[in-house]
Design a protein around this ligand. Structure first.
Ligand code: DMJ
Length: 611
């Protein structure tokens, strides 16, 4: 036995890790432990075995995804968030502080500058215009040569002017017009942002050639669009209406004010992505950057149609800012969705932004799911058909939808049912009627043997949605219609009978017209114009109605901003020549704001020419 002696640095073998460990323990002398070399070796072996075991266990524990994230990803700490989520009953407070998100976004910007250095590729509008295949407004603003069609188009333009004039007169600067009470509505969807109807109308006014009105709208954006609000906004709604509206106003006009506003706004949305998985929450405070899940969404989950409907706008934010952060955020969502297991290949509507797992097995092509599928095929098209992942995900999702949700009624109508953990609910929402157009625009890029089949399916769905209109007294369609309880394509519940000026059915008419030039789609569109005029036009604007099955109108006193942005725009395009916003150059976001196809190779060639 050797006597215990205290050691100093000089007496410890610096290359011997065991001695080093003991030396770190206060009052313990390495040599005093009296370990021989072989014992030290065994001890070291034991220690490293223990460490390997603990580390390996992370991968087998039941909640290993979460643990892996804590230890490996260095993502935000979960425990505080989880606690707060429990305390707030699903309204989980964002785990990162404002200062963190601000710092992050500053450093992210700095990275861009570093990456690009003096060579920062600022967006050139002229270059972008040269890469379009056709002029955006066609030869003559898409004016149809047939006088009857032109008359119909003029009627739609008059409707837009009427809706706009009344908004301007009674609700200027507010989000929507209340046409019965002749005042404005702000609501709580946009976090204190105002002028939703103005932003949503910019491109519609511009393509219709309503230039005085467009100029008023532009001036309002210049002087009054205040992005420094401090309220709670729906990330999805702000993105599709404000980001989408400003982006397309910029791409159509080249006015710098739209670009600078949209980049300012885009940056305010980034903190919503600061979650353990990077899946954003539904609600964000635009001032503080704090974000929440919707109180009604089960277990603090995020909604598929919300976090899955950011891709087009965010890719364009990166284009305009030369900052890859926006694309990275949406690519991260894409990656996670691609990776996780999908029941029967389907994407459920609720996903936890904390664990990255599905929360409920409810699948719908209507509300809560809809535009996620739309953005897959449109991401592919907008990438000039280079985004192979989006393409793959879209066609496999469509296959799963066909296998599990597409149904034929006894009366021969094709419809999309909803799916609840394997059980079908034979109901189709008005929102799901966009799918006729979506399947139509995706038909051509499917496998050759299925192209005609997809086009037929698109036509059948559009036909069913038209039936939901023709089977009502007003010739407008209900919010949801069913295929059980004896009825077909009709609402059986009182609460499903309303129509709030929604665009989806007309949207599908427009795409199907462009794809087939079957005159029935223009006829169906005209039926809708007549019905809108008869049942929704009131003295001071257009209003939704409470029951499409009665002609004694009960108006809901709301002129939705999407009526100006989508319903009237799609009607106008339906009666225009195809060279107005040609589909070879533009994709429409889910609020009908046109965004240009990004032709990377052309933009790069253009750059070389300039050098
Ligand atoms: C619009 O805001 C968008 O079309 C969205 O995708 C769904 N809901 C409305 C119109 O119905």
């Amino acid at each position: 036995v050797r006597p215990a002696v205290s050691v100093d640095a000089g007496s410890v073998d610096q290359s011997d890790p065991v001695s080093m460990v003991f030396r770190k323990l206060p009052g313990v002398s390495a040599s005093g432990m009296g370990l021989r070399l072989s014992q030290k070796f065994v001890f070291l072996l034991f220690l490293s075995g223990l460490v390997t075991l603990c580390f390996g266990a992370l991968f087998f524990l039941p909640d290993s995804v979460r643990l892996k994230r804590i230890f490996l990803d260095r993502k935000p700490v979960v425990s505080r968030e989880a606690t707060e989520e429990r305390l707030a009953g699903g309204k989980a407070l964002e785990d990162l502080s404002l200062s963190r998100s601000r710092a992050e976004s500053v450093s992210e910007r700095a990275t861009v500058v570093d990456h690009h250095g003096a060579d920062t590729d600022t967006f050139s509008y002229a270059k972008f215009k040269r890469c379009l295949l056709k002029p955006p407004l066609g030869r003559d603003y898409g004016k149809p040569s047939d006088p009857n069609t032109n008359e119909r188009r003029e009627k739609v333009k008059e409707m837009m002017k009427f809706a706009w004039d009344n908004y301007k007169l009674y609700a200027w600067g507010k989000n929507e017009l209340r046409p019965l009470t002749r005042n404005g509505h702000l609501g709580n969807m946009f976090g204190g942002l105002k002028g939703a109807s103005i932003i949503d109308s910019l491109d519609t006014l511009y393509i219709m050639g309503l230039m005085d009105e467009y100029n008023d709208a532009k001036e309002w954006v210049q002087t009054s669009l205040d992005l420094n609000s401090n309220g709670e906004a729906s990330l999805f709604e702000v993105n599709i209406r404000y980001v989408g509206g400003l982006l397309s106003a910029y791409y159509l006009t080249g006015e710098e004010v739209f670009k600078s506003k949209v980049l300012e706004l885009g940056e305010k949305l980034l903190p919503a992505f600061n979650t353990p998985t990077g899946i954003p929450r539904g609600v964000i405070n635009l001032g503080s950057g704090t974000s929440w899940s919707w109180g009604w969404a089960s277990a603090g989950s995020s909604i598929l149609a919300e976090f899955g409907t950011l891709h087009l706008e965010f890719v364009h934010l990166s284009e305009l800012s030369a900052n890859p952060i926006y694309t990275e955020k949406v690519m991260n969502i894409r990656k996670l969705l691609n990776k996780i297991e999908k029941p029967h290949g389907l994407y459920p509507n609720f996903l936890s932004p904390v664990s990255g797992n599905w929360v409920q097995h409810h699948v719908s092509i209507g509300g809560l799911g809809d535009s996620f599928y739309e953005y897959l095929i449109k991401s592919f098209l907008m990438s000039d058909k280079t985004d192979g992942d989006a393409k793959k995900m879209y066609y496999s999702a469509l296959e799963a939808i066909e296998a599990n949700l597409v149904q034929k009624s006894p009366g021969g109508l094709t419809y999309m049912a909803e799916w609840r953990g394997g059980i079908l609910d034979h109901k189709m929402g008005h929102l799901a009627c966009f799918s006729g157009g979506m399947i139509g625009i995706g038909a051509d890029d499917g496998v050759p043997e299925k192209r005609q089949h997809y086009l037929d399916l698109a036509a059948e769905i559009t036909h069913t949605c038209h039936e939901s209109y023709t089977r009502s007294a007003t010739k407008l369609g209900p919010e949801a219609f069913r295929f059980d309880g004896g009825g077909e394509a009709t609402a059986t519940r009182l609460s499903d009978r309303y129509y709030i000026l929604r665009p989806e059915v007309i949207e599908s008419y427009m795409y199907m017209w462009r794809l087939t030039h079957d005159p029935k789609y223009r006829e169906w569109g005209w039926e809708a114009v007549e019905a809108l005029e008869q049942h929704c036009r009131v003295e001071a604007g257009f209003s939704g109605i409470r029951d499409v099955y009665t002609t004694t109108a009960s108006h809901d006193n709301m002129q939705q901003s999407f009526f100006l942005s989508e319903t009237l725009k799609y009607l106008y395009l339906l009666f225009s020549d195809d060279d107005l916003l040609p589909l070879e150059d533009w994709v429409f976001n889910t609020e009908a704001h046109p965004l240009p196809i990004i032709r990377k190779s052309c933009l790069q060639d253009e750059k070389q020419h300039e050098m």
